[in-house]
Every structure is written in C-alpha cells, then in structure tokens.
Design a protein around this ligand. Sequence first.
Ligand code: P6P
Length: 336
Amino acid sequence: MVNGKIQTLNQFIIERQKEHPYAKGEFSRLMHHVGIAAKIVNREVNKAGLVDLLGDAGEENIQGETQQKLDVYADVHFIDALKSCGEVCGIATEENQHMITFNNALSKDAKYIFLMDPLDGSSNIDVNVSIGTLFSIYKRVTPVGTKAEMQDFLQPGNQQVASGYILYGSSTMLVYTTGNGVNGFTLDPSIGEFCLSHRDIKTPKDGTIYSINEGNYSKFPFGVKSYIKYCQENDAKTKRPYSSRYIGSLVADFHRNFLKGGIFMYPESVSYPTGKLRLLYECNPIAFLAEQAGGLASDGFNRIMDIQPKELHQRIPFYVGSSNMVKKIEQFLKER
Ligand code: P6P
C-alpha cells in the first residue's frame, strides 16, 4: 500500500526506476515482461488438472527428467515473453541443454542475460503441491551488438543485477531483488495484477525450522548428520524446539523459511556427489534474495555467490536461510 492505495508491480518498477536517473527503462521493460510471463504460466498452473496439462510431455530434459507438459509450457512462454521484450540477448534454462541467444532485430542491442528454472518442483504438479519459477539476471560481459557467448552466462552470483522467484501456491507471489532489498507481490486475480504485499522482506537471523530430505540421512556427510541431531535434541537450556518441514519443492520450502526463519539444506550425497540443485538458476537467485534480506547462502564452506561457475547446469551443495543457522551448519561441517 502506498498512502493506503494498492501498488502494482508496474507502478513499483516505475517508482524504483526514478531512483536511477540515467536508467533508460530497459530493465523496467524486462521486469514488466517477467510479470506478464508469470501471469500466463500461473493461469495454466492453476487449471492444469482441467486442461490435460498434467502428466509427462513424453520427452526428457537435459537432466534426464521426464518433462511435464507444464515444464515445457512455462519454458516456452518465458522465452517468448523475454524474446519479445527486446532487452535480453541470451537465455539459459533448466529445460534446454544449450544456451539460447537472440540476435533478432529487436534484441540486437540487448544488454541482459536471463537464466531460469521455468518450473521447479514439477514432480509436484500432479499432486497439487506448490511449485515455482526461479530467475537470475546479469549484464552481458561481451560487447553489445554481438552474439551472446558462454562467458556471459558463467558469471559468479555476486554479479547478478536481479533475481527472484514466482511461487504458484495458495496464492501466486512474485518475490525479487535488484540489490536494494527484497519485495514480494501477490497476484490479485480480480484485477490480474501483482500487488505489493511484502515490502522490504527481512529474514529472521534465527529460526526453528530445518528443511532437508531426511530419507537421504545415511548418505549425508557426518557434519550434516550431527547438525540434524543437534536440531532434534530437546536441550532444556537452549530449548531448541526445531520443526522439520520439507515439501520437496525448492521455492515453497525456501519461501516458508525465508518469511518465518529457518534453514534449507540440500547436501552432497552418494546419489548427488556435488549436490542436486543447480548453481546458476536455482542457488544463485535464492542466495541473492537471502543475502539481501539478511540471510546467508553457502555450499557448506564458501559463499554461494562467490563461486565461479564452470558450466551451465553445474550442481552444488546448498545451505540457505537464517544467518545464525547457516553459520552453525558451516561450523559443524568444518569441525567434522
Ligand atoms: P528430493 C524438485 O525436483 C527439486 O529440484 C527442488 O525443487 C527440491 O528442493 C528438490 O528437487 C527435492 O529433491 O531429492 O528431496 O526429492
């Protein structure tokens, strides 16, 4: 609310653009198109059960995962929206093995690179569990006017100019940062607009929620096993009433802990020797949001956003959330 009035995403983008007097509206136009694509995907996610978008598209994506029709739908519509906005020269997504470069007339002077997981947690679609889109935005490092190259995509997370997610849950939210704090917008279906609902989100420094797939317990590093036991001990002195919450959908698990306080962990294991989650379009965008809200994001030993990527779909162990909880797991991993 601004002076008691609803503030839409577009009004917010324009207001923030005024803070950058030399901004020519390019980033604003890009974010506006992210909002459009989010509404298009939301419409289909919300009625997937009715229009036979459920079930497998029959193909497999680069991850060897069977592509759900909605995965493909989301991928196609975000790529179309970003291609038509003319501000993006290249896109990389979980659904495509190779980077996609735009050198059409509209995009030839584009300066932004867009990385995304168009629909993360898609195995949850059929059972109506919240799912999400994750995105990360960089300035290109190669000359404007030339074809985007791999080095434009393989930038460390500390070079992100923006990141965010769309959470298709009991309500649909767009949460993003441009490096000046984190703001959340809730979609009002009655007017078809994302409206500012969570201004300047700050994540608690401590929390009592830990999120991890404990089914993999036997395969975790010893430090992770010790931390889980630490969370579960009922210590009269410190009164650690931790709760275990894990829905198996990254955006939903992160968003809950982000607002309430908590830690999300996806360690390396025998099945995933370098972790399961993707550095470029899952961990980096979430890490940027977490840090902007006062949290931390680590691979257990290093700041996620300082890691130099080596390839588009690189996996990484991931510990993110309340700063004191991330520091505690790092201590356990270091000592054990
Ligand atoms: P597991 C969903 O497939 C996903 O990529 C993330 O959304 C989620 O956090 C994770 O994998 C769940 O993985 O191995 O616990 O089922």
